[in-house]
Design a binder for this molecule. Structure first.
Ligand SMILES: Nc1ncnc2c1ncn2[C@@H]1O[C@H](COP(=O)(O)OP(=O)(O)OP(=O)(O)O)[C@@H](O)[C@H]1O
Length: 228
């Protein structure tokens, strides 16, 4: 479970201050599949980045596994980001000179990849439906396939949490739906907490929790009973 407690975030933009989050509190259920929705500028990405310790709140706290991120040392924050959180971004962030398998392994390439890591990377690519594409480079893959590589890369570290910022933003609606389905399946398979920021409300279904933001505040929370 991730608890967001009265979080405020002020972005400084030159002389002006932007109050991106104005006292947001909510709980994202652990090992479940959640969305953050809301209009442009409502603070969705800001909240996601705070949960991933890519940024720090101006006030308030975020607890992950009952530990406040504010109490972590710089070293512990780095470890948290590196080992506990898998990030998936709108533009896939793949390295264009590496093939799909190498992209999944990219975080481990500098120190040398173990046989176990390689085997897991291949299995993950298989699971996200790219078993026959592992030697393709990003330019030889469709947008949806590139996003699947990014999902496999995020899963390789066995993260506690996957944070996805507009993962379907560059994709057509059918492919976008497939990416949501893929993330949902992976969340269930690996019991990973998945939180997705999106504008794309057309295919929101089978979700456990929705947080709706407006003007940096919670507009609505919806929790769902599991569908039998
Ligand atoms: N680094 C920054 N510096 C200054 N202002 C920022 C920064 N990041 C975000 N903001 C501002 O904070 C507010 C919330 O931005 P945020 O990106 O969190 O919203 P969002 O709901 O994710 O929007 P979108 O859906 O358009 O991505 C906006 O007014 C935005 O302009």
């Amino acid at each position: 479970m991730i608890e967001v407690r009265n979080v405020r975030k002020i972005h400084q933009s030159g002389e002006t201050e932007v109050q991106a989050l104005q006292g947001v509190s909510c709980q994202f259920p652990g090992q479940k599949f959640s969305f953050i929705l809301g209009p442009s500028g409502s603070g969705k990405s800001t909240l996601l980045y705070l949960m991933g310790a890519l940024d720090t709140p101006s006030a308030g706290e975020i607890f992950v596994q009952n530990r406040s991120l504010s109490t972590l040392s710089q070293n512990e924050r780095d470890l948290y980001r590196r080992e506990k959180v898998g990030f998936v971004f709108q533009n896939f962030n793949l390295l264009k000179n590496l093939n799909a398998l190498e992209n999944v392994l990219a975080p481990y390439l500098p120190q040398g990849v173990t046989a176990d890591q390689r085997q897991r990377a291949e299995a993950l690519l298989q699971q996200v439906g790219l078993g026959n594409r592992i030697t393709h480079r990003p330019s030889q893959l469709s947008g949806g396939e590139q996003q699947r590589v990014a999902i496999a890369r995020a899963l390789l570290k066995r993260p506690l949490l996957i944070l996805a910022d507009e993962p379907t933003g560059e994709l057509d609606t059918r492919t976008g739906k497939e990416i949501f389905d893929c993330l949902r399946e992976m969340s269930a398979e690996y019991k990973t907490t998945v939180v997705i920021v999106t504008h794309d409300e057309r295919y929101i279904r089978d979700t456990d929790f929705i947080l709706r933001l407006r003007d940096g505040k919670v507009a609505e929370e919806e929790a769902f009973e599991p569908v039998e």
